[in-house]
Design a binder for this molecule. Structure first.
Ligand code: NZQ
Ligand code: ZN
Length: 389
């Protein structure tokens, strides 16, 4: 296990009815003039918009609205938010939605707090020094942005999708009411589930030895997802399965499972190229790429993949570790198919014509390579994208 520091500054407020008190919770967090940030129509249709605005009015905090965040959130709306924050002397941002709304709020918070810099600098390697505080009412368990140190933004003009990763941008609170997720379409529930599982697996496939505790915790989260996602798909208003999935989403990406180990993140970097170019859901892109990445790299540590197969997918132990490893990957892929996810680019209507561009553009998070479990060269990335067609 490697040395580490762990602090989760986000106050998690979890359970039925919790969003009704958001106004007081924001006020106690220092908010007086709020930018209320949200996405398309879902929160208006399911009553969350009314509940949140009522709560803010009752708590006596004032707010300005900025809706319209689209999945794969865009830099142009971030600039609009920064301008509004300055003009209206906003001191707090409330994000009501999923990863896209939260990431957009984080970007606005950084941009508004740095008058001297362009916010895109923080998505090009510069470290933010401060941010306006961001609070969250989560409506979809998926990206884990409600407790994560990341924000991912797309710049429209050149289809660049890039992340900023810094401790300063973790939200100050995250209100998580599983009831708010009952209205999720099955497709969004499944995309979110894949993303949650991917956040665990990006950490699980590591080159660090002796990480038994976080291995076991990670396996528990994956097993809980495998049990609960089909239940939530069968019965969308099943509180218990929705609650398990929601808590898994935050555990998966708060880095509780990633401490003390080298993490990979190649699949995420490669997926960002797919969703940047084709605007598909991040989780769908991950369902396509994760099995392809695994088949490309598993020989680097067959035992780790055999362990994953045995403990997560119930593959019987055998001396033939390679067959075990491959069977685990097949079962993961079958699970993704069974919850309605595409597992090939062609299933999502994407052909091979822009593979070269995607492989070349993929961010190198490890020197001139991508990933750490196997540091991927351009040839590796091309091979993985081709295998995913
Ligand atoms: O826009 P509305 O109308 O609200 O609809 C949304 C959106 O279309 C809908 N939705 C959300 N809650 C709903 C609902 N529909 C019905 N009922 C509800 N309760 O779901 C759709 C998807 O929302 P989005 O926020 O885009 O989903 P997600 O949470 O998966 O976020 C995806 C974004 O997060 C980034 C992804 O790359 C992508 O841009 N990520 C952010 C990370 C982070 N900040 O730590 C890490 C992740 O790896 C990921 O990269
Ligand atoms: Zn993700």
């Amino acid at each position: 296990m490697l040395n580490f520091e762990y602090l989760l500054p986000t106050r998690v407020i979890f359970g039925k009815g919790t969003h009704l008190d958001v106004g007081n919770i924001a006020r106690r967090s220092g908010a007086s003039r709020i930018l209320f940030h949200y996405g398309g129509g879902s929160i208006r249709r399911n009553g969350v918009y009314d509940a949140v605005t009522d709560s803010m009015q009752r708590a006596g905090v004032s707010y300005i609205e900025l809706g319209g965040v689209r999945p794969n959130p865009r830099l142009s709306l971030v600039y609009e938010g920064i301008r509004l924050c300055r003009q209206e002397r906003i001191d707090f941002i409330l994000a009501v939605g999923g990863g896209s709304v939260i990431d957009s709020a984080k970007a606005i918070g950084m941009g508004a707090a740095h008058t001297e810099r362009d916010v895109w600098d923080f998505y090009s390697g510069a470290a933010p020094e401060r941010t306006l505080p961001v609070g969250v009412v989560l409506t979809i368990p998926a990206a884990g942005s409600e407790t994560s140190m990341s924000s991912v933004i797309s710049r429209e003009e050149d289809h660049l999708k890039r992340s900023c990763n810094d401790e300063t941008i973790r939200p100050v609170f995250a209100i998580m009411n599983p009831e708010l997720t009952y209205t999720l379409p099955a497709y969004q529930t499944a995309c979110g589930a894949v993303d949650i599982m991917a956040h665990v697996m990006e950490r699980y496939f590591t080159t660090t030895d002796h990480v038994e505790t976080t291995d076991r915790l990670s396996e528990a989260v994956l097993l809980s997802m495998i049990a609960n996602v089909p239940r939530a798909l069968r019965q969308p208003d099943d509180y218990h399965s929705r609650a398990e999935i929601m808590w898994c989403g935050s555990l998966a990406h708060s880095n509780f499972l990633g401490v003390g180990r080298v993490q990979d993140w190649a699949t995420h970097q490669m997926e960002h190229e797919i969703s940047a170019l084709y605007d598909i859901a991040h989780g769908a892109g991950l369902a396509i790429l994760f099995p392809a990445w695994m088949r490309h790299v598993y020989r680097a540590d067959v035992d780790r993949f055999a362990q994953f197969a045995a403990r997560v997918w119930d593959v019987p132990e055998s001396d033939d570790r390679e067959t075990m490893a491959r069977e685990g990957i097949d079962r993961l892929e079958s699970f993704f198919s069974s919850i309605g996810m595409p597992t090939r680019l062609s299933h999502a209507g994407i052909d091979a014509s822009r593979i070269d561009e995607m492989a070349r553009n993929t961010f190198c998070n490890n020197g001139d390579r991508t990933g750490t479990f196997v540091p991927l060269t351009l040839e590796d990335k091309l091979a993985i994208f081709r295998a995913a067609v």
